[in-house]
Design a protein around this ligand. Structure first.
Ligand code: PLP
Length: 378
């Protein structure tokens, strides 16, 4: 392992990474479920936070986050081609998902969701009383243009995507954005993109939805540091707001948090501005490109159809079952391997499971071999 990337032993993970390595995973088991990582994060985060702390932060800070952090976020957005965005610092992108769905629920119309997608996106949408129209991907894992055209209309108020997509690893391309832009303008809807996995793109560049001409005044994007920056526990991310109702969205955040903790802002500054962090992200991307490629090829070669991801750190094979929830439960019980049932990601996820590849190649293959054995034993 190169300097900067340190794989943790399982007993360390059981202590430090309790959501992923929880007690139901047996002693000889492999946790490939929850989207946390098996590596130590970039060095220097606690020193950085300590160096920035002061007793003066005993007071509520600005609703949008610390000015120093917003400057760093704006520089980052500029580099992504996102102009004239209002930045709202948030303690993790999950808060951004909730905020967007809460905000949009006050408007009439439906939400179009491109699925399979990270479950809280459609979950919060429905919980807040919104009706969903499902769009999806073709059998190569690309955005299905015809289906998207059929899934939006004058009643659509929001289109939701995740780019790179969790769980399929799809990167949206120029042609996809051209279609999205034309439809959003024809039908006058807002676009929402969860770009948490943004630095993890392997075979093509990541294009930010908010950088597309014609979408720069109707887009909400989310960025965060829980995955590609190895800082999940510190809870930090930000919203990039490019539309007229920015203040109303920020009010939802205010009603939820009053204001983010200054620590959330420090983590943003470190993630985007520190050299250790930059090196760590680069090395992590290289590893995830390799793990996802090898995992998808291995599964495919063993009869479990699996698209090679272009980003993020998952593979999403078809495991040849009608009931992926039962499959996942039985897999954990019989082989000690945890994965996430595909149905949770929306109707198109049925029959699939999500496998988290953010571990060593050795540990990943230990889990993959057990998954293949399990499928073959049925
Ligand atoms: C696409 C996506 N968005 C948001 C989140 C939540 O992340 P955070 O820790 O930034 O709240 C996750 C976590 O798995 C995710 O995969």
């Amino acid at each position: 392992m190169k300097e900067g990337m340190e794989i943790l032993e399982i007993d360390e993970l059981r202590k430090y990474c309790p959501l992923k390595w929880h007690d139901e995973i047996p002693e000889e088991g492999v946790g490939l479920g929850i989207a946390d990582i098996d590596f130590a994060g970039p060095k220097g985060i606690s020193e950085y936070i300590s160096s920035r702390l002061s007793d003066h932060y005993a007071f509520y800070q600005k609703r949008e986050g610390l000015k120093s952090a917003i400057m760093v976020a704006n520089k980052f957005l500029d580099g992504k081609g996102i102009r004239n965005a209002t930045v709202q610092v948030i303690p993790g992108t999950m808060v951004g998902i909730y905020t967007v769905m809460k905000y949009i629920s006050k408007k009439n119309g439906n939400i179009c969701v491109v699925n399979p997608i990270y479950p809280p996106i459609h979950f919060h949408a429905s919980e807040e009383g919104n009706s969903i129209d499902w769009a999806g991907f073709d059998d190569q894992g690309r955005l299905d243009h015809e289906r998207l055209k059929e899934s939006v209309n004058h009643n659509t108020k929001l289109l939701a995507i995740s780019n790179p997509n969790n769980p399929t690893g799809t990167l949206f391309g120029k042609q996809d954005f051209k279609l999205i832009r034309d439809l959003a303008n024809d039908y006058d809807f807002l676009c929402f993109s969860d770009e948490l996995y943004e630095p993890l793109h392997f075979r093509a560049e990541h294009i930010a939805l908010g950088s597309i001409e014609g979408l720069q005044d109707r887009t909400i994007s989310l960025f965060g540091f829980s995955k590609a920056y190895g800082l999940a526990g510190f809870r930090s991310g930000f919203m990039s707001l490019q539309f007229s109702d920015t203040k109303v969205v920020q009010e939802v955040v205010e009603h939820l948090l009053v204001a983010p903790s200054p620590i959330t802002s420090f983590v943003l500054e470190f993630a985007l501005g520190n050299d250790n962090s930059r090196k760590w992200v680069k090395e992590f991307r290289r590893l995830m490109a390799s793990n996802t490629k090898k995992a998808s090829e291995y599964l495919d070669d063993n009869g479990l159809q699996c698209i090679r991801p272009e980003g993020a750190f998952f593979v999403f094979p078809d495991v040849k079952t009608e009931d992926d929830e039962k499959f996942s439960k039985d897999l954990l019980k019989r082989k000690g391997v945890e994965v996430v049932p595909g149905s949770l990601f929306g109707p198109d996820g049925k029959g699939h499971v999500r496998i988290n590849c953010a571990t060593s190649e050795e540990r990943l293959f230990e889990g993959l071999e057990k998954i293949v054995q399990f499928v073959n034993s049925k």
